[in-house]
Design a protein around this ligand. Structure first.
Ligand code: MG
Length: 374
């Protein structure tokens, strides 16, 4: 395959990651900037737009630039405790312009899935906050707070007010046969005080007591993605996220291209070890990656080459070396060739992570910057 053919196939592969390109999804190239290839960016929030309460540096300017180039931006969250208007206000507080219609929540996806399964006007037990109740009402259903009201459905989403009584009511209703929808299965949520129980942890209480599995609608399940596409009217969406097990897996399962940003929780080491269902189509430091074309590694000389970097598998590790002339070698291009090498050779399989041997000062600087273990 010539480099030209390789680039051509990568464009096709990036439009549909399932079509594959030597299995090198995250290292895929795009000859045109992503803002020109896709019409709507479906942006995750935490780790993409902000981290905790702080904006990701430069994110507001990047989103403004993306919009100026004609791409629309929809913010997609598994968090069911905030209304779209509340999320828009939060975005404003970190300098990102947004209105409620720019936001899609797992509560909206959950309410729609419920509305499709039970009669209009039916009673729904709310295990969650006002934002969840409002979405249920918006779909013509009747929120209740007791199993004695014989709810046809139960919807459960994170809210700090959820307590034993709510879980007990849900248990009674689910055991009586109510359709049980949960907005997401995240076991934990981050906080300033460390890890706290997420919606998934409380879902496990009801699941244990009922022996019934719920229907999950948040990422990585497809319902939230479908809701985001429906509400945004996206024809060529791209998912932008920081987590392999929610954003990227969700995109892969929906057959949607994805961009992993390194501004959140995923480390380069975790990315190298990702299995086929958790590999992004593209890779960037942050949201500004949407503004650029993405270079494509070429398979050559028993390894992978990209813009001066070369990576190959040797014994039980990957080797990385720099042969370019640029004054400042791009660490992301180094990671792209390493991903290509790791994902096509199975270096990550069964070894508890990928080891990378750097050859030369530039490669050493890149692996140290990426915090890869040797
Ligand atoms: Mg995130």
């Amino acid at each position: 395959m010539t480099p030209e053919e390789s680039n051509g196939s990568s464009q096709d592969a990036s439009a549909d990651p399932r079509s594959g390109d030597d299995g090198v999804n995250g290292a895929n190239g795009a000859a045109r900037p992503l803002v020109e290839r896709f019409d709507v960016a479906l942006l995750d929030l935490d780790g993409v737009v902000y981290v905790g309460t702080d904006p990701v540096p430069g994110v507001a300017d990047a989103i403004t630039a993306v919009r100026r180039r004609g791409m629309r931006v929809t913010f997609v969250t598994n968090n069911a405790s905030r209304s779209p208007a509340d999320v828009a206000k939060l975005l404003g507080s970190v300098g990102v312009d947004a209105v409620a219609a720019d936001v899609v929540t797992a509560a909206q996806a959950g309410a729609r899935v419920l509305a499709e399964r039970i009669p209009r006007g039916a009673a729904v037990l709310i295990v969650g906050g006002d934002a969840l109740r409002d979405e249920v009402e918006a779909f013509g259903l009747t929120p209740v707070h007791s199993a004695d009201d014989h709810p046809a459905g139960v919807i459960q989403g994170y809210h700090p007010s959820v307590g034993y009584r709510d879980l007990a009511e849900a248990t009674v209703a689910v055991r009586a046969g109510a359709v049980w929808i949960v907005t997401n299965g995240d076991l934990t949520i981050p906080s300033a005080r460390g890890i706290l129980p997420g919606n998934g942890a409380l879902v496990q209480v009801v699941r244990t007591a009922t022996g019934t599995p719920p229907v999950v609608t948040g990422k990585p399940e497809p319902a939230l993605h479908q809701e985001s596409v429906r509400r945004s009217g996206a024809r060529r969406p791209i998912v932008v996220g920081d987590r392999l097990d929610t954003d990227i897996e969700g995109a892969a399962r929906a057959g949607c291209p994805s961009l992993l940003v390194l501004s959140g929780v995923t480390t380069p080491s975790e990315l190298l070890a990702a299995d086929a269902g958790h590999r992004p189509t593209y890779l960037a430091e942050n949201v500004s990656g949407l503004l650029h074309a993405h270079r494509h590694p070429d398979r050559r000389d028993g390894g992978w080459r990209l813009c001066g970097w070369f990576a190959a598998e040797e014994d039980d590790a990957l080797t990385l070396s720099w042969h370019g002339t640029a004054a400042q070698p791009d660490r992301l291009d180094a990671l792209r060739v390493l991903c290509a090498a790791s994902w096509t050779t199975g270096s990550a399989d069964g070894r508890g992570g990928v080891r990378v041997r750097a050859s030369g000062d530039d490669a050493t600087a890149a692996t140290e910057s990426l915090q890869l273990r040797s």
